[in-house]
Ligand binder design. Structure first.
Ligand SMILES: CSCCC(=O)C(=O)O
Length: 184
């Protein structure tokens, strides 16, 4: 289940409250537990997945989550698999971790593991959102965000793309606030 860390150090873990805090940005957070993980439990437990194992997970997942594809006009989806041995881990952390926007929306369903997202609220304050297995996150086009795997370096999620190029990043130059990590 998700957690939201506000810039005053408050942690919100109620889904409804988190959704209310993020609504001014047009961000949606939902939690779906339709049992899809039971369809491929062994695959979710293993670090490395072959391309055909990834396709298998996405296809089974989509047979249950067709409505998410329709809601988002998704042209294609993929499974992002992050694990300690991911060959592009350093590049991924360095690029995803910079504030950026995309020309299209960023809908994402977490199958396993977790990811942290950072957002700038309309008042300029920055918040961090932890998403975990079975959370669905929707970030509208043009909304500034960064994201990072947690120290577990473990994340599997289905990404939905409404444009052929996928989530093309436009870096905004906004500095990630470190006030969230300072002792109080
Ligand atoms: C969990 S993948 C999200 C990464 C992202 O924001 C991007 O692709 O730019």
């Amino acid at each position: 289940m998700a957690n939201l860390l506000l810039d005053d150090g408050t942690i919100e873990s109620d889904l409804g409250e988190i959704a209310r805090e993020l609504a001014p940005l047009g961000i949606e957070l939902r939690h779906y537990d339709p049992g899809t993980s039971l369809l491929f439990p062994n695959l979710l437990d293993q670090d490395f997945l072959t391309e055909s194992e990834k396709r298998y997970c996405v296809e089974l997942h989509n047979s249950v989550f067709e409505f998410i594809q329709q809601e988002n006009g998704a042209l294609w989806c993929d499974l992002l698999n992050v694990h300690p041995g991911s060959f592009n881990l350093h590049h991924l952390i360095a690029t995803y971790g910079r504030y950026h926007t995309h020309p299209g929306a960023e809908p994402l369903y977490v199958l396993a593991g977790e990811m942290i997202y950072g957002f700038v609220r309309p008042d300029g304050s920055q918040v961090q959102l932890l998403v975990q297995a079975q959370d669905y996150l929707y970030i509208p086009a043009g909304v500034e965000h960064w994201c990072s795997p947690t120290a577990s370096l473990n994340f599997k999620g289905v990404r939905y793309f409404a444009i052929a190029e996928g989530w093309v990043p436009n870096y905004t130059g906004t500095q990630v606030s470190d006030s969230l990590n300072k002792p109080r």
